[in-house]
Design a protein around this ligand. Structure first.
Ligand code: SF4
Length: 171
C-alpha cells in the first residue's frame, strides 16, 4: 500500500466517540480480521473507500485547533506504512494525541517490524479483535473485554495490561 495516501471510508470532525475529548476520527478502509459481529463490516474491503493523500489528511487534521486524532476503521495496521507516516507528521507538526484501534494484539504488532514502526507515534492503542462471546456493553471505547486500552506514550508497561489499567482520569 502506498505510503503517500490512505484508503478512507470517512473522516469525522469533533467526535466524542473515539477516545477522550473532541477528536478528528480517520476511518480507514480495509480489514482482514473479519470478526463475527463486527460493527462495521462495510469497511472490510481492502479496495473500498477512496484514496486521500497524507498531505490532505494532515491539513484537515490541523484545521481544527482543538481536536485530537483517532485512527480507526477498518484496521489502520493494514495500511501501516501510510498511517505511520501520517502519525509521524502529526507528532512532528502538532501537539495532538493519537488513539488507534486495531484488531491485532500489541504482541502481534511488536513481532512485525513493518507494523511496529507505528507504535512510537501513538499515545494509546486499543488492541485485539472483537470477540462476540466477550461482548460487554458499557466498556469504554471497546466492544469486548479482551480488548485493551494500552498507553504507549511514557506510561509504565505494567499499567497497560488488562485488569491493571487504572481508572482513566477523564472517565
Ligand atoms: S478488527 Fe474491527 S473492523 Fe476489523 S473485523 Fe474486527 S471489529 Fe471489524
Amino acid at each position: 500500500m502506498a505510503k503517500d495516501g490512505i484508503r478512507i471510508m470517512d473522516v469525522l470532525h469533533q467526535t466524542t466517540a473515539d477516545g477522550p475529548g473532541l477528536r478528528t476520527s480517520i476511518y480507514c478502509a480495509g480489514c482482514l480480521h473479519h470478526c463475527p459481529g463486527c460493527h462495521n463490516p462495510e469497511s472490510w474491503d481492502m479496495a473500498g473507500g477512496h484514496w486521500v493523500g497524507i498531505d490532505e489528511l494532515l491539513e484537515d487534521i490541523k484545521s481544527d485547533d482543538i481536536a485530537d486524532v483517532s485512527f480507526s476503521g477498518g484496521d489502520p495496521f493494514y495500511q501501516a506504512e501510510a498511517f505511520t507516516e501520517l502519525a509521524r507528521r502529526i507528532k512532528e507538526e502538532t501537539d495532538k494525541t493519537i488513539w488507534c484501534w486495531t484488531g491485532f494484539t500489541i504482541e502481534e504488532i511488536r513481532r512485525d517490524p513493518d507494523l511496529a514502526r507505528m507504535l512510537p507515534y501513538l499515545d494509546v492503542l486499543v488492541d485485539g479483535p472483537f470477540i462476540l462471546g466477550l461482548k460487554k456493553p458499557g466498556l469504554h471505547f471497546r466492544g469486548s473485554s479482551n480488548q485493551r486500552i494500552i498507553y504507549l506514550n511514557g506510561q509504565p508497561e505494567e499499567d497497560c495490561i488488562p485488569g491493571t489499567v487504572k481508572t482513566l482520569p477523564y472517565l
